[in-house]
Design a protein around this ligand. Structure first.
Ligand code: ATP
Length: 218
């Protein structure tokens, strides 16, 4: 099944499962591997292929032709030894692109030192994201890079009813409206001629500090 854009997901806990199902929903073929029979049964017919196996064993990965996948995700967290072993086997088998979930900085550092290109920290990143939601007024928040973010928010009164190009938004608030959506409508990209209505939702990008301040406007 290892077609160009297929992905092997190793470990189908909450993170691996949600990642694998989202990949399926967006049309990507997914091989899921988990050592737990119940977990495997739960994913049967929901992923392209699901296999019950211990992924720390080299022969298992070879039998599954993991080396033919362009991308693999190590979604084992709490068993750090298993996570590291699997990552090192994937590197040894020359899987070109490897993503791995790390529980903390130490775990992440070891994965990076091994040569894993993409290390993610789901708990830490989600905690930081929720902190911004709790603190601010945005309906959704995503920090793209430290200090630079995109938020989803309502339209403050100063932007109602006139083209965005005439609002001096960038000069006054340092942010850019990237897209807008009417209630029950679909997202459209915004430009200088876009006129925003009172009930619309907008996506705003800019420095974290500035987008957060912008979300406070009413
Ligand atoms: P989450 O927070 O995403 O639920 P977690 O961080 O608690 O997961 P673990 O419970 O360590 O991570 O592992 C996630 C999944 O990986 C589990 O379903 C577990 O059965 C599976 N797993 C753990 N070790 C192996 C292994 N050696 N081979 C295959 N699957 C494994």
């Amino acid at each position: 099944m290892a077609e160009a854009d297929s992905v092997a997901v190793i470990g189908l806990g909450r993170f691996g499962s949600s990642l694998a199902l989202e990949l399926m929903a967006s049309g990507t073929e997914v091989l899921g591997i988990d050592a737990n029979e119940e977990v495997v049964q739960d994913h049967n017919a929901r992923l392209t292929q699901v296999v019950r196996a211990d992924a720390t064993k080299e022969e298992v990965l070879r039998q599954l032709a993991i080396d033919e996948f362009d991308r693999a995700v190590v979604a084992i967290g709490h068993d750090i030894k298993a996570s590291i072993l699997v990552a090192s086997l994937l590197l040894q088998l020359k899987v070109p692109v490897i993503w791995a979930k790390a529980l903390d900085e130490q775990h992440g550092r070891i994965l990076e030192q091994l040569g894993v290109q993409h290390v993610v920290y789901p708990e830490k990143d989600m905690g930081r994201r929720v902190a911004h939601l709790v603190r601010g007024a945005a309906a959704d928040y995503l920090e793209l890079e430290p200090g630079f973010a995109i938020i989803k928010t309502g339209v403050p009164s100063e932007l109602h009813g006139r083209p965005l190009g005439e609002t001096d938004l960038r000069q006054r608030h340092g942010v850019t409206v990237a897209a807008h959506r009417r209630p029950q409508g679909s997202w459209k990209t915004a430009d200088n001629s876009t006129v925003l209505g009172v009930k619309e939702t907008i996506l705003v990008i800019g420095q974290t500090r500035e987008v957060e301040a912008f979300a406070q406007l009413r």
